[in-house]
Design a protein around this ligand. Structure first.
Ligand code: HEC
Ligand code: HEC
Length: 206
């Protein structure tokens, strides 16, 4: 390499290093998130734990897209999603706390693949797969992964979009096109796909 080009190489490398540092910070610090996440395991860390009144399963978070976990926590904090406990949890967190806890809870997000089980319901093929995939893995971080999620939680979410209790204009449009039978079929289908989202187990905490 000619000596003349060296300073440019160094500048390029420094710029690249700074850009990477920026990305790493934006993605959240999972180690710090682990400390913040301890309280979350009181519910999200227990297999098949249920919300009471109404009764439905607490959603699984391991393997979820961190970007979506961030968006969800901000929705609770901003009251676009109404849930008393999750509002209390989210409103105690700063934006940086949210990034960090999302990085910890998501662990390694699932990657899109092919459906593993069952025939694809018509509604999934026609309406949902463009964003949530046929296998239920959200095709970008904005679209939540549904693969292996508790089916009763998926039903609950879809009914909330239909009723307007959960406010998201995109999902309101798609949920409106589903009958009760469709909701059951898509929830059972996505809930059965593998690889699946998992519960963050308390025994893995330390
Ligand atoms: C007392 C039980 C409880 C605790 C503690 C708790 N959660 Fe939750 N969490 C829930 C329930 C129940 C839901 C589903 C609420 C709904 O219907 O929107 C939920 C939903 C969520 C969601 C949305 C998931 C999705 O698929 O949309 C995220 C993200 C989340 N919690 C993160 C956290 C974090 C981070 C903490 C700790 C700072 C935490 N939770 C603490 C019970 C809890
Ligand atoms: C254009 C993209 C798009 C399409 C198509 C779409 N969704 Fe969604 N979906 C989203 C986004 C974005 C969210 C997150 C919204 C929010 O923050 O509440 C979401 C959220 C969900 C959730 C809540 C997940 C959770 O963890 O709480 C379910 C369940 C869901 N979608 C099911 C479906 C089904 C079933 C279909 C087809 C009938 C569908 N979606 C079509 C974009 C889409």
């Amino acid at each position: 390499m000619p000596p003349m080009s060296m300073p440019w190489v160094r500048i390029a490398l420094v710029t690249l290093a700074l850009a990477c540092a920026g990305v790493a910070q934006a993605a959240g610090d999972a180690q710090r998130g682990k400390q913040i996440g301890y309280t979350c395991l009181g519910c999200h860390g227990i297999e098949d734990y249920k919300n009471v009144y109404p009764t439905y399963s607490v959603p699984k978070l391991v393997g979820q897209h961190p970007e979506y976990i961030v968006a969800a926590l901000k929705s609770y904090r901003g009251k676009e999603r109404a849930h008393g406990t999750m509002y209390a949890q989210a409103s105690s967190l700063s934006d940086q706390d949210i990034e960090d806890v999302a990085a910890y809870l998501a662990a390694t997000p699932l990657t899109p693949g092919a459906p593993t089980t069952g025939s694809v319901p018509t509604k999934v093929a026609e309406l949902c797969s463009g964003c949530h995939g046929r296998d239920g893995v959200g095709i970008t971080g904005d679209f939540p992964t549904l693969s292996g999620q508790h089916a009763d939680y998926l039903v609950r979410a879809l009914v909330e979009y239909q009723k307007g209790d959960r406010k998201n204009p995109v999902m309101a449009t798609f949920a409106a096109q589903l009958s009760a039978a469709d909701i059951k079929a898509v929830a059972d289908y996505y809930g059965a796909q593998r690889p699946a989202l998992k519960t963050v187990l308390r025994r893995n905490w330390l």
